[in-house]
Design a protein around this ligand. Sequence first.
Ligand code: NAX
Length: 331
Amino acid sequence: AKEPVRVLVTGAAGQIGYALVPMIARGVMLGPDQPVILHMLDIPPAAEALNGVKMELVDAAFPLLKGVIATTDVVEACTGVNIAIMVGGFPRKEGMERKDVMSKNVSIYKSQASALEKHAAANCKVLVVANPANTNALILKEFAPSIPEKNITCLTRLDHNRALGQISERLNVQVSDVKNVIIWGNHSSTQYPDVNHATVKTPAGEKPVRELVADDEWLNGEFITTVQQRGAAIIKARKFSSALSAASSACDHIRDWVLGTPEGTWVSMGVYSDGSYNVPAGLIYSFPVTCKNGEWSIVQGLPIDEFSRKKLDLTAQELTEEKALAYSCLS
Ligand code: NAX
C-alpha cells in the first residue's frame, strides 16, 4: 500500500474548501489508490465552521482518507505537507482600495511562505488559488527561498477549462475531444484565452478549432471576453463566486502536475517566468505546459501572431504593475 500524502488546504472553511476537500478525500486529485491525510487551515473566526467540515469528512467515511487535521495554527497546518493548496486570503470588499487588499494578502502570503519553508516536506508542491493568485504566488516564492521556484504555481486551469467548455458548447462536441487551448498571463480579466493551437478530435482526425468554428470574429471577440468575464457571470447568477469548478480545476492542476499530462496535450499553469515568449522573467505568468515525472515545462516554439503578441504583453504589463504594488506593501 502507498504511504499517505499530506495535503494542506488553507481557507478550508470557505466555499471552495467545502467543494475541494471531499474531492481530495475521494482520490480525484491524486488518484484512486493514493491515501491522503488532509491538513485544513482557517482563521479563528472560522474555527467552528472548520470543525464542522472535519465532522462531515469523518461522517463521509472516505476509504482513502487516513487522517484529518483542522487547525488555526499555521505551523501545525504546514508541518510535513507534500502538497499545499492555498485557498485562504483576504477578499476584496466593496469600496476597498486595490492597495489595501494587496497589502492584506501580501502579509498573509509572506507569513504562510515562511511556515511552509520551515515546516513543509522537502519538495512540497504549492498551488495558489486565492486572488490575486499570480501575485500571491510570487510573494510566497519570494519568502520561501528554499522551496524550489518550480514548485510554486498558481491556478489558471479554471480559465483553461472554461475555454474548453466554451469551444465544446459552440461546436457541440464533447469537451474531452477539445484540447490545447492556452491561457496566457494573469488570472484576471486581462488574461488571454488563445485558441490558435487548439484542436478537436473528429472521426477524420484532429482538426484546428479555428477551422471548425470558422468565425474569427467570434473567436477574437466574444469567446475571449466570455472566458475573461466568466467569474463575474457566475457571481451574477449564483450570488456566490465559482466554487465547484474552481475546486475541480485545482484537482486537475495537481493531478496533471504530479501524474503527468497525456501525450500530445498541454494545460495552462501559472508558473515562474523564465523569459519564454518574451514574457518578462520574474513574474508568475500562465503558460502552456506539459508535465512529466512531477515537473512542468513550458511548451516552446509556438508561433505568436501580432494579435496574440499584444495580448500577451498587456497581461504581462498588468502583472508587472501588480508586482510593484505588492512590493510597495512590503516596505
Ligand atoms: P471564501 O471567502 O468562501 O473562503 C475563504 C476562506 O479563507 C475563509 O474561510 C476565510 O476565513 C479563510 N481565510 C482568510 N484568511 C485566511 C488566512 N490568513 N489563513 C487561512 N485561511 C484564511 O472564498 P472562496 O469562494 O472559497 O474563494 C477563495 C479564494 O479563491 C478567493 O481569494 C477567490 O478570489 C479565489 N478564487 C480563485 C480562482 C482561480 O481560478 N484562481 C477562482 C475561484 C475564486 O474566485
